[in-house]
Write a protein that binds this ligand. Sequence first.
Ligand code: GLC
Length: 641
Amino acid sequence: MTVALLITDTERLRHRFAETLAPALRARGLARWDAHASRLLDTLDALYGDRPDFASTVHRMVTWMAGCANDRADALRALDDARESDPDWFLAQDMIGYTAYVDRFGVDLRGVAQRVPYLQRLGIRYLHLLPFLHAREGDNDGGFAVRDYDAVEPSLGTDDDLDALTARLRDAGISLCADLVLNHTADDHHWALAALRGNPHYRAYYHLFQDSALPDAYERDLHQVFPQTAPGNFTYVPALGWVWTTFYGYQWDLNWSNPDVFVEMALTMLRLANRGIEAFRLDSTAYLWKRLGTDCMNQPEAHAILQALRAVSDIVAPGVLLKAEAIVPARELPPYFGSGESAGRECHLAYHSTLMAALWVALSEQRGDLLADVIANTPTLPNASGWLTYLRCHDDIGWNVLRDESQGDESHAPFDLARVACFYAGDTDDSFARGRSFQSAGGDHVHGTNGMASALAGIADAQARGDADALALAEQRLLLLYAIVFATAGLPALYMGDEIALGNDEAYVDDPQRAAEGRWLHRPAMDWTTADGLDAQHDTDTTAARIDRALRRMIAVRRATSDLRGDAPMRAFDFADPALLGIARGNDFVALFNLGAQPVATTLPAELAGTRWRDLLSDDQTAADFPIVLAPYALRWLRRE
Ligand code: GLC
């Protein structure tokens, strides 16, 4: 029994849900209600039960939920059924992701639809399109300042274009993932405009303060996401006073302690799901709940909110997948998958940013042992949960997730994050990288690094110097890192353009709206001249062609290898030489990686030796002879015969 909702209330809610459902949906809908409603109601009760209007708010929400269930298209209902009986569907070995901005990839949503065959040929089954909902006028953080969650950004197309795209992708077996920006709205969202006009209902949607006393008190424990371009966490708005703005001043944090905010956002999610969006990247989830005296990240209530959202989708749209964007160390991520009785009942996926950042450290420091350590310390997840693994995305590489690892321990030596950041900015003697530091002041303030993977791996530098040997090594580095991503557990995602070694977009500084935001360095437009040329002609011998061929082969092998399922067990092993990394998956797959610039000869650990192994990435899958000599940055994917 809940505190504020008596058993009679929950029965009335069940009845309300049932009577609003279309008769044909009732049996299925009620079965889902019975399986998940107590989680939803208990969680909401714990969050909002002391509000006088709580019971009526929930009643309203339940009616709307049933309405959304009625509105769900047959094709989406079929997905719901299929995924309920195959809850691990997103961890199949052929689930390969791709991340892109709509305008950079296809100009608009119609253009993206035309590129579906390209994605299919690449082997993509999961497409994360960065924000495409109606964004704030002017600067909008690449669409992460949403002014209307129910409309497509006009410069990217129409609502019909979105519906056509989701249908097209679904036919192609590709799940569309969209950002659901939960933490804040744009300052020109109609809720914000109403708040500005003094409407008390909408003022309560945000965190507003008359004077700076409380903001100052909070600020003592808060971090800064953009210390240089948006210092502080509050913005003074004359008509309102101080507004909580964790990110840019025009992104107003929503007040999730208000149940109306929960209801609005839950229904927003369902309406988008009904348009065929199959997965949501829940943006900035760590920041949803504020508590004085803490850094206001990862608070228990933020998890309660996510669990309640999950219960809402489990009841109405169980085919939908929730992915947490919480860029915090991996050891802090398990709660995002749910804990205790809610284990496996929060998000399905979370970004493994510790592994992502560690890949780059391992490369600059030539230390496979660091990756073995990160993999060994990667928490075990509940069933039907997984990591989103990646090498690059639209954000900077944030180094802070590795603060603890950088101290070293009995199994590995420390490393210097400041040096790593300088390395990727091209500021050390041994650097091959052409990235740039992000939001970092002074040599020792390390925040993040921007740049496309190919530029960070040394391709741009080698090309600029016309050094063919250096170029070969740089290409090998890019492939090495992706080969680790594709060999690890989880759902691996390519970042747009990496498949053709697309370089930095140095021209962003000429655009006044982008010049101050260094992350545009790695948000170039897709080079379709190159990509289409490769698609047509398979024997081209250029960097783009070599990277493209090798990555396609890895994807094809992953798709064909059941030991590479996203949820197949993973184990990493160390070697005497710290440059080496070994990863075993399932029963019969082993991969070896040389993160160093020197060749290394190695055998397999004793427990894996003695059987014969085939080299999965070689042309004829030749047998591997041990000891193997791994050239600089070389790798092997091996399968037991
Ligand atoms: C997420 C996005 C990032 C954005 C921020 C604020 O972290 O990945 O690009 O700036 O949220 O919405």
